[in-house]
Design a protein around this ligand. Structure first.
Ligand code: MG
Ligand code: MG
Ligand code: MG
Length: 309
């Protein structure tokens, strides 16, 4: 059989990269082959780079298009979040932990579980098939779970994720996983050197709603103050992105993982409606929402309800 590329979403986060690497390893092992190749849909972020250095992992190749390729999608299933060329790709399988928003002309394997990370699903596959997880793969998967669940603080974190964190930190020989999680988020924090556009786009997803196209970015920080003097310039950049790409709305959530809440920035044709949806008052297109940590669980459903009906 021809090569099969395993790939996560654009603006790759750690989970989308790690799920691709570990799932390729699983598939090659279980099928005793080497046709599965992990690739990424863009440059990896700072946290992923930190993790790769720590476990001595090489960066996967960056793919530019999915055109006419055999692919397995991990950590996403919406076409709006896939690399270009998805229309002509042969999709073999999906492994994901997001809501299903996928149409295809053939029956395929779909493995979606409401767990904290895609990597948790891969780890469970290794274990349930009695396959060994190497120290470095355990370290990678552990990192992805800690990152996606915000060190278990996100409402997306399940008991399965917590159990897996315990098992994997033993294999990876990481005694203090909470401290290791903080290191991952600190590696992400160096935003002071990033340009506004890079901050907004570092973890940015598109959603096609009836009302129009939404772009929703999220940055996590261990200290919101790191952003306090650049919120307005971020908003100006978001306005620009909105106009140039014909978005209905561009939103940015700056999540303080210590406080457990997010600053929302709004560039929108209907900012009032967004305020209503979240039950907040915007001041200069900004507000702080206590308890908001998860785009998937606390943002997308709210927007879907308001703008996709
Ligand atoms: Mg992801
Ligand atoms: Mg994920
Ligand atoms: Mg995330």
């Amino acid at each position: 059989m021809d090569k099969v590329y395993i790939i996560g979403h654009t603006s790759p986060d750690t989970d989308s990269v790690v799920a691709a690497i570990s799932y390729a390893e699983f598939k090659n092992k279980i099928e005793n082959t080497n046709i599965y190749i992990p690739v990424v849909a863009g440059e990896i972020n700072k946290a992923t780079e930190f993790i790769f250095n720590k476990f001595n992992i090489e960066k996967p190749e960056i793919l530019n298009t999915l055109e006419n390729k055999n692919v397995i999608l991990v950590d996403h299933n919406e076409a709006a979040q896939s690399l270009t060329g998805i229309e002509s790709a042969k999709i073999i399988e999906i492994l994901d932990h997001h809501k299903l928003d996928f149409k295809y002309s053939e029956p395929i394997y779909v493995n979606i579980k409401p767990w904290g990370s895609s990597a948790t699903i891969v780890a469970e596959l290794f274990l349930s098939n009695n396959l060994n997880i190497s120290k470095s793969t355990a370290g990678l998967i552990l990192s992805a779970i800690l990152d996606d669940t915000v060190i278990t603080k996100s409402p997306t974190c399940t008991k399965t994720d917590k159990d897996m964190i315990k098992k994997l930190s033993e294999i990876a020989e990481i005694n203090d996983w909470e401290n290791f999680g903080m290191e991952i988020f600190k590696a992400k924090s160096g935003v002071s050197k990033m340009r506004d556009i890079e901050v907004i786009k570092s973890d940015f997803k598109d959603f096609d709603f009836m009302a129009g196209k939404f772009g929703v970015g999220q940055v996590e920080t261990v200290d919101l103050n790191e952003f306090s003097n650049r919120l307005d310039s971020l908003l100006i950049e978001m306005e620009k992105i909105k106009k140039e790409n014909n978005y209905h709305s561009v939103l940015l959530f700056v999540t303080d993982i210590i406080k457990g809440g997010s600053k929302i920035l709004v560039a929108s044709r209907e900012a009032e409606k967004i305020a209503e949806a979240f039950n907040i008052k915007l001041k200069d297109n900004k507000a702080y929402i206590n308890g908001l940590m998860s785009r998937k669980k606390q943002v997308v459903p709210v927007l879907t309800e308001k703008f996709n009906n």
